[in-house]
Design a protein around this ligand. Structure first.
Ligand code: F6P
Length: 567
């Protein structure tokens, strides 16, 4: 059985780190700032205001509480903010040094203090010639060297020049990875299907549940299948287990010749030693760097499957889209800065209006996996309970992010969003132009998204319902209270470039919120304990006489499992 080393678990990682605490400026808890206190008072004073009143008092807000850049129109006028709320939120962002912290990230400062790392995903999409230095070394040339190597590999697979062990061309690429090494590429595969070559299908195996591997491979021919093992650390239990299974599956189907591995396996990782140990030819390994967080890595070589699907040019367009948004975030004043504004609206709803969740609702079927991708980006980044200096926070951090494409969601959970007792702020994402013109669809889709945002904001009163002729006894059931906040992102058209812009928009929104809270958005210690405990339980499931020393519930569950497995 394969047992992954604990490279990412706190004891092992800590052993490799210096014991000296990193130098760090004292963090002023955000709730002690006068700007925060002003927002608390303002929220209290305005909590009775309904969006109907807000629009009545401020009829031009639909034209003015918007931000426009890069073919994206952000309408945040249906948020429950007045102009004063907006000013107070912007003052808070300024007081918390969002701009200075942003500049520190772009400059390559080691802002991920708990792991003593820089956070330079922006370098992954920096055009050639940009200089971004880390410890005095410009990292951009190395980024482009890897991109060029990926392009050569991708083009060989796409053209059929790359032959498998039996001389056949590759028809299916299976990416094996999890978390940031899966969610981004899987989302981009769905999102960019229109740009993908019909010659090659990409599939994504992530779960250690063998059903996942079976489902994605049972109908494939090993002679025409390329596996990309994507793992920053190359030690993650799920990925390495699936990788070993893939290796065995491949060799079995190809006559057992070990030389076949070089023709059917590539790796994306920061860990050359681990990749070599697995038996993958280092020539087929594409690197990235410890300054790229897993959930910020889809535009690194982790996107190799996407580059194979859409080709180096379209992949380059996606990177250009990321860079467009980086430049917008880096240079636009806060009051026009889309990621900053979205971060502030999320913070307002989450903290000051007491809304725990955020629904992200793309009106585009190609963005089917966008909300799943954002769950890791937002919740792994900002689901933190301490500030950078280790002090417990006294305020709410990450929202619970969830969602589904519209209009399907409308016929599933929107009932609760409209009439339930919980307020669910929504980010609607819509496109002006469709990718396939089949007649009326795009207008119907757009009418639906606009209608949902309108209904959520303004609802329908009992008087209006009775005026429509509804009997008084039924009217309460039909009341729509409204006053439910939403953003509407209207983009011109989905494209590789637009996808890059949208992902970077959310990356920087997450950054803005983390900067205000004074937390580390770039570590993820919270996932470690479960990994360590799983390592302890693995042998206990099959050992002849395990000495179970867990709590009573866990011990009993292990015994039940063992008995049903005949152990
Ligand atoms: O879930 C924890 C995590 O470390 C994520 O941050 C990361 O995206 C994922 O595991 C996969 O890690 P790796 O790429 O090292 O296999």
């Amino acid at each position: 059985m394969l047992i992954a080393r604990h490279i990412d678990c706190p004891p092992c990682r800590l052993a490799a780190m210096t014991t000296a605490a990193p130098a760090m400026a004292a963090i002023t808890p955000v709730d002690t700032r006068p700007e925060w206190k002003a927002l608390v008072a303002h929220a209290d004073a305005t909590k009775q205001l309904h969006l109907r009143d807000i629009f009545r008092q401020d009829p031009t807000r639909g034209d003015e509480l918007v931000a426009n850049a890069l073919d994206i129109h952000l309408d945040f006028s249906k948020q429950r903010v007045t102009r004063q709320s907006l000013q107070l939120l912007l003052s808070l962002a300024k007081a918390c040094g969002v701009e200075a912290k942003r500049d520190a990230m772009f400059r390559g400062d080691r802002i991920n203090v708990a792991e003593n790392r820089a956070v330079l995903h922006v370098a992954l999409r920096a055009p050639k010639g940009t200089v971004i230095q880390l410890d005095g070394v410009d990292v951009v040339p190395e980024v482009h060297r890897v991109l060029e190597a990926m392009a050569v590999f991708a083009n060989r697979i796409r053209s059929g020049d790359w032959k498998g062990h039996t001389g056949r061309r590759i028809k299916t690429v299976v990416n094996i990875g999890i978390g940031g090494s899966d969610l981004g590429p899987a989302m981009a595969w769905d999102s960019l299907r229109v740009w993908s070559t019909p010659e090659i299908e990409c599939r994504y195996v992530s779960n250690v549940d063998e059903n996942d591997f079976h489902l994605k491979t049972h109908d494939l021919d090993p002679a025409e299948t390329m596996f990309i093992i994507s793992s920053k650390t190359f030690t993650t239990l799920e990925t390495m287990t699936n990788a070993q299974t893939a290796r065995a599956w491949s060799l079995k189907g190809l006559g057992g010749d070990e030389k076949a591995v070089a023709k059917h396996f590539a790796a994306v990782s920061t860990a050359l030693g681990e990749v070599k140990k697995f038996g993958i030819d280092p020539a087929n390994m594409f690197g990235f760097w410890d300054w790229v967080g897993g959930r910020y890595s889809m535009d690194s070589s982790i996107g190799l499957s996407n580059m194979i699907a859409v080709g180096p040019d379209a992949f380059g367009e996606m990177l250009a889209g990321f860079h467009d948004m980086d430049e917008h975030f880096r240079t636009a004043p806060l009051h026009q800065n889309m990621p900053a504004l979205m971060g502030l609206m999320n913070l307002w709803n989450n903290q000051f209006l007491g809304c725990d969740t955020l629904a992200v609702l793309p009106y585009c079927q190609y963005l089917d996996r966008f909300s799943a991708y954002l769950q890791q980006l937002e919740m792994e980044s900002n689901g933190k309970h301490v500030q950078l200096d280790g002090e417990r926070v006294r305020w709410e951090t990450s929202s619970i992010v969830w969602g589904q494409p519209g209009t399907n969601g409308q016929h599933a959970f929107y009932q609760m969003i409209h009439q339930g007792t919980k307020i669910v702020p929504c980010d609607f994402i819509a496109f002006a132009e469709s990718l396939h013109d089949l007649g009326v669809h795009q207008d119907l889709l757009t009418a639906n998204v606009l209608a949902q945002a309108e209904a959520l904001a303004f609802g329908k009163t009992k008087d209006e319902i009775i005026a429509d002729g509804v009997p008084a006894w039924l009217a309460p059931h039909k009341v729509m209270e409204g006053n439910r906040p939403s953003n509407l992102l209207l983009a011109r058209k989905l494209s590789p470039r637009m996808l890059g812009r949208l992902v970077a928009l959310y990356e920087h929104k997450v950054f803005t919120m983390g900067a205000i809270w004074g937390i580390n958005s770039f570590d993820q210690w919270g996932v470690e304990l479960g990994k360590v405990l799983a390592q302890r339980i693995i042998p206990e499931l099959s050992a002849a006489k395990p000495d179970l020393k867990h709590d009573g519930s866990t011990n009993a569950l292990i015994r039940k499992y063992r008995s049903w497995r005949g152990r």
